[in-house]
Design a protein around this ligand. Structure first.
Ligand code: FAD
Length: 308
């Protein structure tokens, strides 16, 4: 029985047929690798396409802000939190299958990217070694066109299926999407659901060698055991932003609990008690110094949620 005064969103979320898990006022610090972020009004794990569609439709109809997130490994959420609905993809979006004959991996957007990389390795398929050690989900990787060392996920996408409000399910070829440096041409309100990735059969020793080399470079150069969002800024054309920040002597610079990593100057780490405001102020400080000395305006790679 739903109270008369319940909004359509509340009515949906209390309906026992709704196929999702609902967490009201959920601290986003629990869902970001930064371990920072105030409460989301609702954090909802949509376990099926019907639940996701119902939820997105009601938010759209009621003019309620909503966003789909993955593992929160590229997100800075404000200390005040997010007054809308944060959606994450559950059960039906967390499976993967391998087509051995066609050399394809079909992965749901809620699958961890690392699981896809491991599955490819187990089946002796090459092509995804660049992604080893990149945290997050397939959906987040697609949205961000995650990559490293001159390789990126978009170059592997054969097809991608998404949900577009007011349109429904859309399936496109990878070649129909613009895959740019840490950005893509997906519409802002498009939820990525599944993709088909092309891989090639290869010697497992070759695949393992590449993965281990990539992982050891990461461990040597990045603060992988500290809370961060990975690279904070995009590299300007032909310039390593890490080197630029390091040359200015900014390694170790801190604001509150946020600190420029000693290992990699393009990482800001949460040393324990950092607030989103600390991170934001440190971002501003770095941008100002780099601009003063080099005349370069750094663009953040990290995505922001809940800031005005
Ligand atoms: C230690 C560390 C190392 C990293 N190394 C790399 C690296 O080498 N290369 C690299 O590219 N990145 C790197 N990152 C950044 C991050 O891991 C990637 O951007 C990752 O792909 C984000 O995935 P996620 O699931 O965590 O997305 P989130 O951070 O949750 O979201 C990122 C963006 O994608 C959107 N999004 C998420 N899922 C969906 C979906 N299903 N549909 C539509 N939109 C969606 C969100 O709304 C948000 O705008 C690193 C981060 C850390 C912490």
């Amino acid at each position: 029985m739903v109270a008369r005064h319940a909004s359509p969103l509340q009515a949906l979320l209390v309906d026992e047929r709704f196929d999702g898990d609902i967490y009201p006022n959920e601290p986003m610090a629990r869902h970001t690798t930064y371990r920072i972020g105030g409460p989301a009004r609702f954090y909802v794990r949509a376990n099926s396409l019907s639940a996701l569609t119902q939820l997105v439709d009601v938010c759209e109809q009621e003019g309620i802000d909503w966003v789909v997130v993955g593992r929160g490994s590229n997100l800075l959420v404000s200390d005040e939190g997010y007054s809308g609905v944060v959606i994450t993809l559950g059960r039906d979006f967390r499976s993967m299958r391998v087509d051995e004959e066609q050399h394809r991996i079909v992965a749901g957007a809620g699958v961890m990217l690392s699981a896809v990389v491991q599955e490819a390795f187990k089946r002796s398929f090459a092509g995804l070694e660049f992604a080893v050690g990149t945290p997050g989900t397939v959906g987040g990787a697609l949205r961000m066109n995650a990559g490293s060392r001159g390789e990126w996920i978009g170059s592997r996408v054969v097809t991608v299926t998404s949900l577009v409000p007011g349109v429904g399910l859309v399936r496109r070829r990878g070649s129909e999407i613009d895959w740019n440096y840490r950005s893509t041409s997906f519409a802002p309100n498009e939820t990525l659901l599944e993709c088909e990735l092309a891989v090639e059969p290869a010697d497992p020793f070759y695949i393992r060698g590449k993965m281990e080399a990539n992982l050891s470079t990461r461990k040597k150069n990045q603060p992988v055991n500290e809370a961060s969002c990975g690279s904070v800024f995009k590299n300007p054309d032909g310039v390593s932003v890490g080197a630029l920040i390091e040359e200015l002597g900014l390694k170790g610079l801190s604001v509150g609990g946020a600190c420029v990593s000693d290992m990699h100057a393009n990482f800001i780490v949460n040393t324990g008690q950092a607030t989103a405001r600390d991170v934001l102020d440190l971002i501003d400080l770095i941008q100002t110094k780099v601009n003063e000395v080099h005349g370069i305006q750094l663009t953040p790679e990290v995505r922001f949620l809940g800031f005005e």
